[in-house]
Design a protein around this ligand. Structure first.
Ligand code: HMG
Ligand code: MG
Length: 306
């Protein structure tokens, strides 16, 4: 196993990427309990909510209340998405310590998701990042559609590099490379990350795979072989993006953890406690998990998530 990192940072996106995609609006108290359960699992980063337009994502309109309600674990960071200056000001008012700005490698998705062009999004982020850094707030960046776009299809790796570089140039500390619609395979992970890693250190990149076509874990292995040590995942496998038709299901945190635990790769995260958090939120949503690990866990215990 020497070609794999000894330690991986799991960046949990369930409360944000998961809940933004649900038809029902989860009560704030249940979101708070869900995040608290994830905190008790030892996750180092939990993307807790989004300070986006409530017209775009009504599911997360209660972002300030979620941030005020959660218990802040000493070893956990609670980043939130912000799309613009308005979101950044709201995040500062809510006492957020870490934010993420987000754009994409394809124009049509960027237009559908944040109603602007890639260039304009990057220009807009300059003031967002400046405000964050002036308040001592760390900033992550996302590049969506890095492996394919729901509207345009193929996305060339140099487009991903261009947007990633631009985000780093305006001051983000880490860029998460998103397979928004889960079309990538390990060969494409090698092409995209291989190109990025020619000029960007692995420590400034993260991998964000959706598991729409069942390739997410294989893609994680390929990314780890290239030296990537931060992997995004969503408890229970919740997730998607309302502006990416068919983007069901992020890589499940349980499936990722089961694999990493079995490979003796350290994460500091307790798998059974993540499962407990997922079963809680799936019960609220009345849904069964897409996580394979969680399906087996529930069957073994004779439980029901919904
Ligand atoms: P817009 O309509 O072009 O902009 O939206 P606007 O400035 O005209 O704003 C529209 C309304 O929203 C206005 O209200 C604003 O005040 C309000 P009105 O005057 O009509 O009453 N507004 C806000 N309210 C609260 N907080 C704000 C905010 N901004 C505007 N921050 C905008 C442009 C970017 C705001 C909108 O399109 C938006 O919020 N988009 C977010 C979409 C989103 O969250 N998508 C999912 C996350 S990305 C993702 O899932 C991918 C990822 O997981 C990685 C991957 O998988 O690849 C990260
Ligand atoms: Mg996503």
């Amino acid at each position: 196993m020497s070609q794999y990192p000894e330690r991986i940072t799991i960046y949990e996106v369930g409360p944000r990427d998961g809940l933004q995609n649900e038809k029902s609006i989860v009560p704030t108290a249940d979101k708070v309990r869900y995040v608290d359960l994830l905190t008790s699992a030892g996750l180092p980063a939990i993307e807790a909510t989004s300070f986006v337009s409530p017209k775009a994502i009504p599911q997360l309109a209660d972002a300030p209340h979620v941030m005020a309600g959660i218990s802040h674990g000493a070893n956990t960071r609670y980043p939130v998405l912000v799309p613009n200056d308005r979101g950044m000001v709201r995040a500062v008012e809510a006492g957020v310590r870490e934010v993420a700005v987000f754009t994409a490698a394809s124009e049509s998705f960027t237009k559908a998701n944040i109603n602007t062009t890639i260039r304009q999004s990057l220009d807009n982020f300059e003031s967002v990042v400046a405000l964050a850094l002036a308040n001592g707030i760390a900033v992550r960046g996302y590049v969506s559609t890095a492996f394919g776009c729901p509207y345009e299809g193929y996305v060339a790796p140099p487009s991903v590099l261009e947007v990633t570089r631009a985000l780093l140039d305006i001051g983000v500390s880490e860029v998460s490379i998103g397979d928004t619609i889960g079309v990538g395979t390990p060969a494409e992970v090698e092409s995209v990350f291989g190109l990025l890693l020619k000029s960007i250190p692995a420590g400034r990149l993260a991998a964000h795979f959706h598991d729409t076509r069942g390739t997410a874990l294989a893609n994680v292995l390929a990314a780890m072989q290239l030296g990537i040590t931060t992997i995004d995942s969503s408890s229970g496998g919740l997730g998607g993006c309302p502006y990416a038709p068919g983007a069901a299901g992020n890589l499940a945190t349980e499936d990722l953890l089961y694999m990493l635990d079995g490979m003796n790769i350290e994460t500091g995260v307790d798998l059974a406690k993540v499962a407990e958090a997922s079963i809680y939120i799936l019960g609220v949503l009345g849904k069964q998990p897409t996580s394979k690990y969680l399906q087996a866990y529930i069957t073994k215990k004779g439980m029901s998530a919904a």
